[in-house]
Design a protein around this ligand. Structure first.
Ligand SMILES: [Zn+2]
Length: 472
């Protein structure tokens, strides 16, 4: 069995993200240095690289996540909130390449022309006081909910990983947490040397790609339901391993006689590996790419890392492993949530976004291109629902929502260590959530990823179901 080293890939991604941050900073300094020098409003460089008078960053409920007071950038007063939101908001530096304070620094800091100010009409007394000119940047309101952010941070516990939750009807990202975290108000001095902060500048939900393991069976199932006419009538008797391309494909345990629905529920590797090998490289690649592999996801000026599906030099056995999310397949958490959103939405996902308002702009749901047709999406949704009720247990996943889900345990090292995944969606009309969660080296998706999902989804139900005072 061939395994890739996700850690070396992660380091590669982190390096790219790090230099992207540095490059942005350099470009920003060069692009704006002349303004800073010649602008009479600035008699010295701002103490926090331009954030001294930057606008506020606000969550969906009006909670201020960052603001500038007396020339200082102040983050939320609650330390858990600061940490839970650090990868979304950013810190004073531009170390987090995808953070709002990195990507939208110019929008936050640009000087707004205020005709009222020049003529002295109608401005609050605050802006008229003193001799110096006061400039204020634009505020940015985000779609995230800082309460759900804190719950997700708790749910990840001591694991490095990510939680991504969004409304699959509107596209609003409600929760995007990456661990490890740090406090942007008091950045630890040893952040670059203490291994506990490995990759702390990386938003893993967007910028890390991991072997997806069995969650990729959703893509292989889509290919099978479209390409193999009698697939729903086909039965396979799994004894725990079988040969594909002259070498073994192994299951966690013998799955007995299964059809495609039972094979997904029990996560039979051989069943899906045989499908991938039978369909061949071109078809598998086409279905993976339709699902977002080999491209990135872009929203609000932010770009994710690419999910990777490349079987060009795979043997037949390796092609089989690719069909169950092993071999060299890599996927970002955001991509995985978008696939679940597509299944929930009848095949075409509403794409996620993070900024709900900035400079008066308005948002409309943006529908992405179809990942699967409606008939297949509905079948896979039913299969994911069956997986929850027959295999995981409804209450164990989340008793408060009608959840459809698929877990994955992706082996990433020769000593058997695995990442624990879960992705899925709720079928509740009043609480339409798509989600993905990864816990690095969590080893058991059943005992680690599902309980993390339960925490986050239960909190979301409490916050957004119409029976609660905080519905959408
Ligand atoms: Zn099996």
């Amino acid at each position: 069995m061939r395994k890739i080293s996700s850690r070396s890939f992660m380091i590669f991604i982190m390096t790219v993200a790090f230099f992207a941050g540095i490059a942005y900073h350099t470009v920003n300094l060069i692009a704006h240095s002349s303004e800073w020098i010649t602008n009479p409003m600035n008699d010295e460089l701002p103490s926090v690289y331009g954030l001294a008078n930057a606008g506020k960053i606000i969550d969906r409920n009006g909670v201020i996540l960052a603001q500038s007071v007396d020339g200082k950038r102040i983050y939320n007063e609650n330390e858990d909130t600061r940490k839970a939101c650090v990868h979304v908001v950013g810190d004073d530096s531009v170390n987090i390449a995808t953070a709002i304070q990195t990507v939208h620094r110019t929008d936050l800091t640009e000087n707004k022309f205020t005709g009222n100010f020049i003529f002295g009409l109608g401005l609050p007394q605050l802006f008229k006081s003193g001799d110096s000119v006061v400039t204020v940047g634009n505020d940015i309101t985000l779609t995230i909910d800082s309460r759900l952010q804190r719950t997700a941070l708790e749910a990840l516990g001591s694991y490095s990983g990510a939680v991504f939750v969004y409304n699959y009807k509107t596209g609003e990202i409600l929760c995007m947490v990456s661990t490890p975290v740090y406090d942007p108000q008091n950045v630890p001095e040893d952040i670059n040397t203490d291994p506990a902060y490995d990759g702390a500048y990386l938003n893993r939900a967007l910028s890390a790609a991991y072997p997806p393991g069995s969650t990729f069976k959703l893509i292989t199932a889509n290919a099978a339901l479209n390409e193999i006419p009698d697939i729903e009538q086909s039965l396979y008797t799994c004894t725990g391993k079988d040969q594909v391309g002259g070498h073994d494909i192994v299951c966690f345990e013998p799955n007995g006689t299964v059809d495609i629905k039972e094979a997904l529920s029990q996560s039979c590797n051989v069943f899906f590996a045989k499908i991938a090998a039978a369909l061949g490289k071109d078809k598998m690649t086409a279905y993976a790419e339709r699902a977002g592999f080999n491209s990135s996801i872009k929203f609000d000026g932010i770009e994710s890392a690419e999910s990777v599906y490349n079987v060009s030099s795979a043997s037949e056995n390796e092609l089989g492993w690719s069909g169950v999310g092993q071999y060299t397949v890599l996927e970002t958490p955001v991509n995985m949530a978008v696939i679940s959103a597509a299944i929930a939405n009848g095949g075409a996902p509403v794409m996620p976004y993070l900024i709900s308002s900035m400079k008066g702009m308005t948002r409309e749901p943006a529908v992405g291109s179809a990942i699967m047709n409606k008939e297949t999406a509905d079948k896979i949704a039913d299969m994911m629902s069956y997986t929850v009720s027959s295999n995981y247990g409804r209450d164990y996943v989340c008793g408060a929502l009608d959840v459809c889900a698929k877990t994955g345990t992706a082996e990433v090292s020769d000593d058997g260590l695995s990442h624990a995944w879960i992705t899925g969606f709720s079928r509740d009309e009043d609480c339409p959530l798509a989600f993905s969660i990864i816990l690095e080296y969590g080893n058991s998706s059943y005992s680690v990823a599902i309980p993390a999902a339960n925490k986050v989804l239960t909190k979301a139900a409490e916050l957004y179901k119409t029976t609660s005072p905080y519905n959408f």
